[in-house]
Design a binder for this molecule. Sequence first.
Ligand SMILES: [Zn+2]
Length: 255
Amino acid sequence: MRIVLRSSLSLGLLVACFSSFAQISALFTPYDCREHAEMFYDEPVAEIALDSVAAVVAVEEPIVLPDTIDGWKTWSSVENYTFGKDRGAMSMITDVQALHPFFRDKIKQLMAACRENGIELAVVESYRTHAKQNEYKTMGKKYTNSGAGRSKHQYGLAIDVVPIVDSVAVWDNVALWKKVGVAGEKLGLRWGGRWRKPYDPGHFEWTGGLTSAHLTAGIFPVVPDTEYPCMEEDLKLLLKYWKAWEVTQSAMTRR
Ligand SMILES: [Zn+2]
């Protein structure tokens, strides 16, 4: 009798677990249920007296938090020639989430300001790994003068954009670039359209007054708590994600 009760009880538990897995996997896809399933199979069934059945049935469902460790995998990226130009073999991260939080806000403002004036901007590249930077370096001066770690892109403090007209990236409309550039400068951003070597009108950056030497030393711009209260936590997570991309792309270099 006792054995029958125990097995039907554990069956009930298993059924309850699977139905909650189905719900959870619908919430957080892709969801790999294997390790959680193992967790339940390993769990010894406790000796339970008859009058405690109700309590056991009401046992709390396991809390499964959305996986934040792998958030970097969901960042949008594009492949070479997406915007009509040769940008090398490694994919480019285009997600604004990959940017330093304060700079990210500025870029969102820039895109909104341009949209208000009828200019649609596409992100060509936001954060850039050291491996990707090295790839540009080998592609020549037309691409960059800076080696790995020397571009603001490696700190999430630079972005490359391009205006899109009739679904096509427009790289050579100087008047259009000027409008975009001025909008960025109004937000306190540094605009690559003022440079000559190379002229880089799609490039915007912001360092809060820091130099490249500060950035390579691991110092990030100080942003007042009133502007962005949880900067430290967000940066910590970003650094983790950047590292994950770095590991992935530097593995491509070695191949
Ligand atoms: Zn750039």
